[in-house]
Design a protein around this ligand. Structure first.
Ligand code: UTP
Length: 407
């Protein structure tokens, strides 16, 4: 894109401030900025803060395979899952492209040491959990790790330095997600350095497209992988490629599965599984109506009680069918580092703008069917979102110790 064209576009969106100091940039910086401007999603930027809430369809409860049933059929489910793993039909996808701004750790979130008397990194907890399954199955599971351009090289270097925590490096691949430009609360694009727009990873909903763009979908085909278990970086207790979860989903004939925990209270801030116009769907806590939050069924339980913990199973062919479907764009308030008029870098303590994300939870609605699979919260859900308080290093440590992990 030429400088003139960029100016024309920026003027029409009232964003010409981006070009301040353009002529002082090096040729490379100029080129970089022009291609960033070309990639801006103007629809998102122009409506930041004024977007309309998407209208939801007809919502009804969706039943889950609950813990009591899982206990009864555990052996049958596990056997089926192990069969799939041994047949090399299962892959794992770790979503580690987020910025972890709430935690505030410098470096990739997974490189945080949560040990007390020894070093125990978040990534290490996840690999240990995966190794439990691969040891049981006697077969390694290919692991695909999504990073962003902000943390890619550090993440790869960390895995290398730590010898992949004992996992075979040939089973681990990394891929980089896309970025999206961020704006301040008045909708103005920010610069994070002279000649560089402030951008953030574009949410965890783009993982499958990014996996494809990186060429790794070919690897998935070459290996004959049919199922992908996708999970977040920050739940240190989660079971990865849990054979019983895989087995239950396969035996059910569903094309996706979601691990859930029973909500601790009607007000707990988690997305819940439901049916929307007859298809599986997840409604975020802030979209739930008062009635949805507080309706009880005939057994006195919340009708919408199954909260997602960001651990999903997808059939690869179902994902491919929906590769080009677009996902809803979520606008999120975040802390966005930027340079001021004097080119001084400001690192805000409080959210100062909006970033734009698509979310993996919206992919569930693309699926024809979804098995809702309940797990025991104290055994499988210890997210590290904050340094202290709710969902923090402190709460995760407590839960790890309760589950017999030495810290
Ligand atoms: P979170 O919603 O906790 O976001 O991500 P975050 O960016 O990591 O953290 P905060 O909100 O800034 O504190 C849930 C999962 O999705 C991944 C994260 O790495 C985490 O595993 N994620 C999130 C991505 O891979 N890419 C993204 O763009 C956002």
């Amino acid at each position: 894109m030429t400088k003139e064209k960029a100016k024309e576009i920026l003027t029409s969106h009232d964003q010409l401030q981006v070009m301040d100091g353009f002529d002082e940039l090096s040729e490379d910086e100029k080129e970089g900025l022009l291609s960033q401007i070309e990639a801006v999603d103007w629809d998102a930027v122009d409506h930041a803060g004024h977007e309309k809430q998407a209208k939801r369809g007809e919502i009804s409860p969706l039943a889950a395979v609950e813990i009591s049933e899982i206990e009864k059929r555990h052996e049958e489910f596990t056997e089926e899952g192990i069969k799939e793993i041994r047949a090399k039909k299962v892959g794992a996808v770790l979503l580690a492209g987020g910025m972890g701004t709430r935690l505030g750790h410098t470096g990739p979130k997974g490189s945080l040491n949560i040990g007390k008397t020894r070093k125990l990194y978040i990534f290490e907890c996840l690999i240990n959990n995966l190794l439990e399954v691969t040891d049981m199955a006697g077969e390694y599971i290919p692991l695909y790790i999504m990073t962003s351009e902000k943390n890619h090289s550090e993440t790869v270097r960390f895995f290398e330095e730590q010898n992949y925590f004992g996992y075979p490096p040939e089973e681990v691949s990394f891929f980089i997600q896309d970025m999206a430009a961020a704006v301040d609360f008045s909708g103005k694009l920010l610069l994070e350095a002279p000649g560089r727009l402030a951008t953030s990873p574009n949410g965890n909903g783009g993982w499958f497209k990014s996996l494809n763009t990186s060429g790794l979908l070919d690897d998935i085909h070459d290996r004959g992988i049919e199922w992908l278990n996708v999970f977040a970086v920050d739940n240190v207790l989660q079971r990865i490629c849990d054979p019983a979860f895989i087995g239950a989903t396969v035996l059910d004939g569903a094309e996706s599965g979601s691990k859930v925990v029973k909500k601790a209270s009607p007000d707990e801030k988690v997305g819940v599984l439901c049916l929307e116009d007859g298809r599986p769907s997840i409604v975020e806590y802030y979209e739930m109506t008062e009635e949805m939050r507080t309706s009880f069924d005939e057994n006195g339980e919340l009708k919408y009680r199954f909260g997602v913990i960001l651990n999903y199973l997808f059939r690869v062919d179902a994902l491919e069918r929906h590769m080009n479907d677009s996902l809803m764009l979520h606008v999120v308030k975040k802390k966005i580092p930027y340079i001021d008029k004097d080119k001084k870098l400001i690192e805000p303590d409080e959210p100062n703008g909006y970033k734009f994300e698509t979310l993996i939870l919206d992919m569930i609605h693309m699926m024809d069917s979804n098995l809702v699979y309940e797990v025991v919260r104290e055994k499988e859900f210890a997210p590290v979102k904050n340094l202290t308080g709710v969902d923090s290093v402190d709460t995760a440590r407590e839960l790890l110790e309760k589950n017999g992990v030495t810290l």
